[in-house]
Design a protein around this ligand. Structure first.
Ligand code: SF4
Length: 250
């Protein structure tokens, strides 16, 4: 007994006490900051070296976090002007809000466009069914961690469930391969309404590095509106949990 108590004391507190204010290591690649104007030639150079076509030049220089794989090549090319911070709050309910431009200090939610039933029904309890639609198990791994003793999203009533019939929404990871397109649709149909659709990771949001692959079938998005976009490659558990909390109004 004494031995076990000593071990517990040695381990200390393992859970993250405040999921909204936790600070990640400076090495974490989170929200980028564009500090100064990027010249046309610099923008062209960065566009060329960016592996996932995440650089936006229309309407001024920007980085599209829905496409970015957080490789940091753009920062290496212009270290005085682009810096990736350790801010893990990267999500939005609007796809266009994922484009970061000069002077941006946060990624914004559009409160007005959140469906009222989401906050009314899911604020205190949200059950989700995860669908890996051609994912590489990286985002899936992080989503699993979101429920472990460290992050413990269950403290907010947020959980993954084994069946879409028990879920309030689906969480999609992976770029959606042809082989998973029908399974995704079946899973969506089996989830009772009203339901939410959450995309986690660059692959799910835009197809990422695989966006031009003939092996993908992203027709699902022609018929269904997405409620929440959670960038990352993969997305961090704190990014996921804070995004869900923002959507349900906690
Ligand atoms: S960090 Fe993102 S925007 Fe920058 S080069 Fe890599 S993928 Fe492109």
């Amino acid at each position: 007994m004494i031995k076990e108590m000593k071990i517990l004391k040695q381990h200390g507190i393992q859970f993250v006490p405040d999921l909204k204010e936790a600070v990640l290591t400076p090495l974490f690649r989170g929200r980028p900051v564009i500090k100064e104007d990027i010249s046309k030639s610099e923008a062209e150079h960065i566009k060329k070296i960016c592996p996932s076509d995440a650089i936006v030049t229309e309407g001024g220089f920007g980085i599209d976090l829905g496409k970015c794989v957080f490789c940091k090549e753009c920062q290496f090319a212009c270290p005085d002007k682009i810096k990736f911070t350790n801010d893990y709050k990267l999500s939005s309910n609007k796809r266009e809000n994922l484009v970061v431009r000069k002077g941006y200090k946060e990624i914004k939610f559009d409160e007005q466009s959140i469906r009222p039933e989401i906050r009314k029904l899911f604020k205190n309890s949200l059950k989700l069914r995860q669908i890996s639609a051609g994912g590489d198990n990286s985002c899936e791994f992080e989503l699993n961690a979101a429920g472990n003793v460290n992050f413990d999203m269950g403290r907010y009533g947020i959980e993954f469930v084994a069946s879409p019939r028990h879920a309030d929404g689906i969480v999609i990871t992976g770029p959606i391969t042809e082989n998973m397109a029908e399974a995704l649709q079946i899973c969506y149909d089996a989830t009772p309404s009203p339901k939410i659709i959450v995309l986690v990771g660059t692959d799910a949001i835009s197809g990422g590095m695989f966006k031009d692959s003939p092996a993908l079938n992203r027709d699902f998005f022609n018929n269904h509106a997405v409620d929440l976009y959670i960038p990352g490659n993969p997305a961090h558990p704190l990014t996921f949990i804070n995004a869900i909390l923002a959507l349900i109004g906690r």
